[in-house]
Ligand binder design. Structure first.
Ligand code: IPM
Ligand code: MN
Length: 349
């Protein structure tokens, strides 16, 4: 019995998660997969009502699940950072989900703003480090609010953290067995301490993978190549902050935020799957958001827990619906109603 924690969260989170669960139910029925859901009301509304983001013991509880399914975090009445740090980052860090896996895959039938590039050219994976960098939140203010104010925000990189993400990326590149090419993306020409550690670690770990082509690109140039020659990439490994930024660009070239999914993975613990889009409050509760990213997150979840057949069926159903041309525009407000997209995928299973 697969035990899944569900955190619908804020804004459009609940409505896209509902569709993801609809597809999960349908595929489980089709192949006889048993699962059990436990819902959590964590998010902005709960915080506003109780003053608490994650209640005591929540992380311990979440750790017990086979996987966590998250909708979105971010609430217009809650100051920026409270839910991001108190919920999303607290889970990523607390459960040591050190890999943020973000496939950038353009399905046939989906429009991309990149001229002359199609599904053959746009198919790579970004392995984003998920527990270090500026996300650790080390820093502070001096002389706050005065003309002499100083603010620091420290980027932290550890040998252990760097090594484990790079190793994960090498293994994934081998497993994908596509171009067998791993590109490390950094800014080692300027960040000559932290990213020097990354370069040295990449070179050392790389010696264990003679079958993998080692490639290197600065993050600014990577943005250029992702638009100009996306086919050069197979797997990218990068730091937390750069991974955050380049995967929004990645989402755009694969058809938009409506379709981009991700997994926060602890290979030895509980992992969490979510669409990469935010809570989009302006579309909340209107049945206008595209649930495909959330449905793809279910696919990633199934794949991660070893339900490979279920995952493959969900992906095939998503691809089938996209190829059918029934969703000519994937963006919120322009796509068919949220619930209808869920129905289409469930029917295509
Ligand atoms: C993401 C998001 C988060 C991040 C925010 C909401 C904290 O942008 O998952 O990419 O920066 O990691
Ligand atoms: Mn982001």
């Amino acid at each position: 019995m697969l035990k899944i924690a569900v955190i619908p969260g804020d804004g459009i989170g609940p409505e896209v998660v509902r569709e993801g669960l609809k597809v999960l139910e349908a595929v489980a029925k089709a192949i006889g997969l048993k699962y059990q859901l436990t819902h959590y009301d964590f998010g902005g509304d709960r915080y506003l009502a109780t003053g608490e983001v994650l209640p005591e013991g929540a992380l311990e509880e979440l750790r017990q699940f086979d996987a966590i399914y998250l909708g979105a975090v971010g609430h217009p009445e809650v100051p920026a950072g409270v839910l991001e740090k108190g919920l999303l980052l607290a889970i990523r860090f607390g459960l040591d989900q050190y890999v943020n896996l973000r496939p950038i895959k353009l399905y046939p039938g989906v429009w991309t703003p990149i001229k002359d590039k199609g599904p053959k050219e746009i198919d790579f994976v970004v392995v984003r480090e998920n527990t270090e960098d500026m996300y650790v939140g080390t820093g502070g203010f001096a002389h706050y609010g005065t003309p002499d104010e100083v603010a620091t925000q420290v980027a932290i990189y550890t040998r252990k953290g760097t090594e484990r993400i790079i190793r994960y990326a090498f293994e994934l590149t081998r497993k994908r067995n596509r171009k067998k090419k791993l590109t490390m993306v950094d800014k080692s020409n300027v960040l000559t301490y932290g990213h020097d550690l990354w370069v040295r670690t990449f070179n050392e770990v790389g010696e264990e993978y003679p079958d993998i082509e080692k490639d290197h690109a600065y993050v600014d140039a990577t943005c250029m190549w992702m638009v100009k020659n996306p086919e050069w990439f197979d797997v990218i490994v990068t730091t937390n902050m750069f991974g955050d930024i380049i995967t929004d660009l990645g989402a755009m070239i694969q058809g938009g935020m409506g379709i981009a999914a991700s997994g926060n993975i602890n290979p030895a613990g509980a992992s969490m799957f979510e669409p990469i889009h935010g809570s989009a409050p302006k579309y909340a509760g209107q049945n206008k958001a595209n649930p495909l990213a959330a449905i793809s997150a279910v696919q990633m979840l199934l794949d991660h827990v070893g339900a490979a057949e279920a995952a493959a069926r969900v992906e095939k159903a998503i691809a089938g619906v996209l190829a059918s041309g029934k969703i000519p525009d994937l963006s919120a407000g322009k796509c068919p109603p949220t619930s209808e997209i869920g129905d289409m995928v469930a029917a295509a299973l």
